[in-house]
Design a protein around this ligand. Sequence first.
Ligand SMILES: [Zn+2]
Length: 258
Amino acid sequence: MIIDSHCHLDDERYNDDIDAVIERAKEQGVEKFIIPGADPKTLARAVELAEKYDEVYFSVGVHPYDAKNYDRNYLEKYVSHVKCVAIGECGLDYFRLPESEEAIEIEKKLQKEVFIDQILWAKELKLPLIVHIRESSVDCLELLEKHAGEDGGVLHCYNADESLLKLSSKNFYYGIGGVLTFKNAKKLINVYPKIPNDKLIIETDAPYLTPHPYRGKRNEPSYTKHIASKMVELSAIEQDRLESMTTNNTKRLFTKIR
Ligand SMILES: [Zn+2]
């Protein structure tokens, strides 16, 4: 049994075949799904899916790309929902920054403010965080060490930066996705064995980051099997044990999952 801890099933690319996507995943042993709230525009869709399917959960937050649309008042009405399991995905993303020095400063400042507000909100509600980190390890580490509460969270889009392993002692987990199956993922493959076993969780980030051998196609939760197989290869433990271990880890972090 596997939990896909990060799949954007509220994305419009699933509008036409969501039932089949969930069915295919269940046939591959995926028992639960978490839709990370990234874009307030699709949050209503995430809630609709969580109310329709027992297996689907969601979180509430704003992705760094959308930082300018952050509005805690708007998100507040969703956060107390019984199936809202976390705050996020929030974080910092310095991959796509504007051109001028001045605009970069403004963008980074905005992303940090919005990220800190979500970290503090999670602490207040005693919920874990789903954190997006891209080209921003130093700043993310600093903000999480300074502000995060005891409920920790998961580092998604984990760009294999060893310095982030420090956060495992602050109850942070590491979301492993399709990148692990890529031929050019040397950095992640080197760091992977250093992640404590009890801090590994599985995520597809569907519809993005499709694992090998489906790269180029739309990603979906049924492909978690390919991520798990690669983890088995690198961990030297059996598939069944890896699946139950990561599922238990995911449930330990997201305590609202039933
Ligand atoms: Zn995501």
